[in-house]
Design a protein around this ligand. Structure first.
Ligand SMILES: [Zn+2]
Ligand SMILES: [Zn+2]
Length: 151
């Protein structure tokens, strides 16, 4: 199976070792990708483990389960990734099923503590315009207009 994070690698070679707890993310971008895959695959515990301890709340499990149930993720595009010492930001767009296609365009903050990267929080940015002749975000290799475009 292709990795849900749209890296063009297999799941085993990409996010699976992280989601299974065998490897720690080596960068904030890798953590971001693996969290996206965890959303796709419903791995709630991983999402909580990779959330900064200061940001965890009692109703996290219920909130995450609800979000996972309601959202069908279609693809991930990493826009930019900046790391400075123990802090990083990753700007990305997660695409989900909606009409027109839904976009979670976010600049996420990450910190590294005890050699481990954690997601802290994110700033929501406006959706971008999708070019009809560009490759579809879902990784199909087809043009957007021949793939997930809804109009
Ligand atoms: Zn992956
Ligand atoms: Zn597509």
């Amino acid at each position: 199976m292709n990795c849900p994070c749209c890296s063009n690698s297999s799941y085993q070679a990409c996010c699976q070792p992280l989601l299974d707890g065998e490897l720690d993310a080596s960068s904030a971008e890798q953590l971001m990708r693996s969290r996206y895959s965890a959303f796709c695959l419903g791995k709630v515990n991983y999402l909580i483990d990779t959330l900064h301890p200061d940001k965890r709340q009692l109703d996290d499990v219920a909130t995450l389960k609800q979000s996972i149930k309601e959202t069908q993720w279609l693809g991930l595009k990493i826009i930019r990734h900046k790391t400075q010492n123990q802090e990083a930001t990753v700007e990305f767009i997660g695409f989900y099923q909606d009409k027109p296609i839904g976009q979670l365009h976010e600049r996420s903050r990450f910190v590294k503590q005890d050699k481990q990267w954690f997601y802290v929080d994110g700033e929501i940015l406006p959706p971008i315009k999708l070019a009809r002749n560009e490759q579809c975000f879902c990784g199909s290799g087809r043009k957007f207009k021949k793939c997930h475009a809804t109009d």
